[in-house]
Design a protein. Sequence first.
Length: 236
Amino acid sequence: MNRRNFLTSSLIAGTVAATESFLPTNIFSQQKEKSMPFTLPTLPYAHDALEPYIDTLTMQIHHGKHHQAYVDNLNKAVAGTEWESKSLEEILANISKLAPAVRNNGGGHFNHSMFWQVMKQNGGGMPSGELAEAINRDFASFDKFKEAFGNAGITRFGSGWSWLVSQHGKLVVCSTQNQDNPMMDIVEVKGVPILGMDVWEHAYYLKYQNRRAEYVGAFWNVVNWDEVAKRFASAK
Ligand code: MN
């Protein structure tokens, strides 16, 4: 039995001396056991699930290396601050008050966590139900929406994201630089993102090289519209 378990079980049994639980060794062992607030979510499908549109090696590096680095660096950036115990959403809503490392890595963690979810094997097709109605209402047609969303990604200079955003049920398309997103208090177009497309070169370069527009075209084959619809419903 290690010291912590001994103390816990002794406390439960009511046999530990009153001073015992205040020993500094106990405090140190609790600090050591404390876990990092943010963790890498498991990919909801195999690395090769999005082939041939998004290749296996890109998925392995993108999720296992890039996203992991955002998580690790976010944990480092908030360590020892009041933000350590806050939710990621709360952090993003207050990002103007925080260091660039939190903005870059907090955004990176949020954006990628969402990105994996809004894609799936055998995805694509068209949305249905309330989401389809809202897209037709706010963009005139599904094709017009695809054009706007795709262009937002294609024309983003350098690295960034293309977003479909719900503003209290009204849908708009926008693009952000780097790892910014519509949840941040510093961006121009705010709201709840329900679909995001990563247009950083690390998202497509191994397969598509400089042909970003080709990657954007292929992206429509992996969109998980059920997940996007779920996010639209809960954002209202
Ligand atoms: Mn990325």
